[in-house]
Design a protein around this ligand. Structure first.
Ligand code: OGA
Ligand code: MN
Length: 241
């Protein structure tokens, strides 16, 4: 299996990696992709992400965090919830955000990147690498990201919506890292991504899975029967202060 650290060819943080012919080819780069030195991620996983993103605009990245690391992030979430409490999530742009429990019924706690707990910080570092990779390959102009811990109690949901607000949202890519062990089919709570009127993907909120998709895509969280935990966030074209 290809391994970034085994490739001595470029001194910088960028590798030119040859992708086998069976993969979807980038229009601009032929069969070559720009891939960050994957210190924190397997290079083939990054390649799969880029191929899926180009073709479909979303990717279900299973085992983005292994079981032990994902469980450690879950523990950090639970500790934060115990000590601070989570607040009811709102909808709408910042400044005009409103709680609307008919639209969504999750509770959240914003993560401060500079004081994140250690296993959560590790996730944020990997997301920084993903930003570099997406920018280099798709010129998305991502400059920052924001994220929160999320808890959907049993019976909660988030109806069909887009994350990119019509009037000038800087959210371009949405991501969700799920933190729920042994998710069963009848637990519900799937993320459904739509393409027109059809379902393009139905993603189970399984421990360690990262769902990542263009924020303009319509999507929905189906009613969950179990407590459903995650880190939810957005890659932004503007820096946040
Ligand atoms: C959101 C959202 C999806 C999920 O918070 O905007 O769509 O699977 N979350 O939790
Ligand atoms: Mn959303």
């Amino acid at each position: 299996m290809a391994n970034a650290s085994a490739c001595p060819c470029y001194p910088n943080d960028v590798r030119l990696v040859h992708i086998p012919n069976t993969r979807v080819k980038s229009k601009s780069l032929g069969s070559l992709r720009y891939i960050l030195t994957a210190k924190l991620m397997n290079i083939m996983d990054v390649t799969d992400l880029l191929d899926a993103f180009e073709k479909d605009g979303f990717y279900e990245w299973r085992n983005f965090q292994d079981t032990a690391d994902a469980m450690a992030v879950r523990t950090e979430l639970l500790e934060t919830e115990q000590s601070n409490g989570f607040k009811q999530a709102a909808i709408g742009k910042q400044g005009e955000a409103m709680v609307n429990s008919g639209q969504r019924s999750d509770t959240i706690h914003w993560i401060a990147a500079d004081s994140a707990a250690p296993y959560t910080a590790q996730v944020l570092e990997k997301l920084s690498e993903i930003i570099t990779v997406l920018n280099r390959n798709f010129y998305l102009g991502i400059r920052d990201f924001e994220c929160h811990y999320t808890h959907y109690p049993p019976g909660s949901f988030y109806k069909r919506h887009v994350d990119r607000h019509r009037s000038g949202s800087s959210r371009v890519v949405s991501f969700v890292l799920y933190l729920n062990a042994d998710w069963q089919l009848d637990d519900g709570g799937e993320l459904v991504i739509y393409e027109g009127s059809s379902e393009a993907a139905v993603i189970r909120p399984q421990l360690g899975t990262l769902a990542i998709f263009l924020s303009e895509k319509e999507h929905e969280v189906l009613i969950t029967a179990r407590d459903r935990m995650s880190i939810t966030g957005w890659l932004l074209t503007e820096s946040i202060l």
